[in-house]
Write a protein that binds this ligand. Structure first.
Ligand code: NAP
Ligand code: ZN
Length: 346
């Protein structure tokens, strides 16, 4: 066991505080990573406040990890000391079930092992990326291509893949009109990636405060959802809506924006139920769908796509002492567009 500094929530909703945790000794297929940056995802807030149900405390959040390989187990061939690597929301899965064989480890029949707030197959609790080092099975470590900085790459490991995957699944590309609801961590990645795929992107944000940014990130249009005219003006005009909102939303109003056969994909994971009128779907053969992160193969594909298109996250780098303040700002939708912890400050 090797000690490493970390930030942990001691109990639900409590401020994060400095602590020290132990990382396991390397197994033959393990990779030890010196973490350089860890992104703050809204899921970290949901879980640290126990908004999604019972969670494990103390909790070291963080599933947007970027760093370099410090050492490898005896059987590791895919990663070498010094490699630039990333780890997302999962650190293990059975590897044998249909989902794992299909490269969708997030749906592992045995349950994937979450990077934090999870329990490994060895029975040990998992602790995430707000820490100095992490030990991860080699198959769950991705390569970060040259040309993408480790700081701007960290958020790709969750925000990037969570938006790339549904855009991919639902055919975002030339000729497709895509709306992104919520311009936060996930939303800004959805805008960049959908634009790079060739889709025509509209941002639907609560206000016009971030309009300039939205257009710079690749959106062709930007509308405020606080303005009721938005919903009449845009009625029936999107093939795909990616909803990244972390809170309750009037789903029917958004479904009315879909063209015939269009789909709204929910990636936002609010702690409260969403409701809709069946006629909002029936009228227009519309779909309401969900999407959960993405598999490891697709995550690597996303990282390579981002490097090829010069895409990284727009980040605000913070030190360990600013984390609680950053949580407050994420809670207030005051983030442009992802906080990344410089783990050297731990
Ligand atoms: P975030 O950075 O806080 O962004 C969420 C955005 O939603 C905000 O910036 C805001 O955008 C909008 N918003 C917030 N509250 C709202 C409200 N009451 N009404 C309308 N809009 C509101 O969060 P994130 O890190 O992108 O995560 C977003 C959600 O996705 C979270 O629930 C998270 O848990 C979930 N998530 C899901 C997956 C998955 O696998 N499906 C993976 C990662 C995260 P505007 O200011 O532009 O309106
Ligand atoms: Zn996340």
């Amino acid at each position: 066991m090797a000690p490493t500094p970390a930030l942990a929530a001691p109990r639900p909703g409590a401020p994060l505080e400095r602590t020290t945790i132990d990382r396991r000794d390397l197994r033959p297929d393990d990779v030890l990573i010196d973490i350089a940056y860890a992104g703050i995802c809204h899921s970290d807030l949901h879980q640290a406040s126990e908004e999604w149900g019972e969670a494990i405390f103390p909790m070291v959040p963080g599933h947007e990890i970027a760093g370099t390989v410090a050492s490898v187990g005896s059987e590791v061939t895919a990663h070498r000391v010094g490699d630039r690597v990333g780890v997302g929301c999962m650190v293990d899965s059975c590897g044998e079930c249909e989902a794992c064989r299909a490269g969708t480890e997030q749906f592992c029949a045995r349950g994937n092992v979450q990077t934090y707030n999870g329990v490994g197959f060895d029975g040990e609790n998992t602790y995430g990326g707000y820490s100095g080092q992490v030990v991860v099975r080699d198959a769950f470590v991705c390569r970060i291509p040259d040309g993408v900085g480790l700081d701007e790459a960290a958020p790709l490991l969750c925000a990037g893949i969570t938006t790339y995957s549904p855009l991919n699944q639902w055919g975002a590309g030339p000729g497709k009109r895509v709306a992104v609801v919520g311009l936060g961590g996930l939303g800004h990645m959805a805008v960049k990636i959908a634009a790079a795929m060739g889709a025509e992107v509209t941002v639907l944000s609560q206000s016009l405060k971030k309009q300039e940014d939205g257009l710079r990130l690749g959106a062709a249009a930007y509308r405020a959802t606080s303005d009721p005219d938005t919903f009449t003006a845009l009625r029936g005009s999107f093939d795909l809506i990616i909803n990244t909102v972390s809170a309750e939303l009037p789903v029917d109003s958004y479904l009315s924006l879909l063209a015939t056969g269009g789909a709204m994909v929910n990636v936002g994971a609010p702690p409260v139920p969403l409701s809709y009128n069946a006629f909002s779907l029936i009228a227009g053969n519309r779909s309401l769908a969900g999407s959960m992160i993405g598999g490891i193969r697709e995550t690597q594909e996303m990282l390579d796509f981002c490097a090829e298109h010069g895409i990284g996250a727009e980040i605000e780098t913070i030190g360990a002492d600013q984390v609680n303040e950053a949580y407050e700002r994420v809670r207030n939708s005051d983030v442009r567009y992802r906080f990344v912890i410089d783990t050297a400050t731990l």
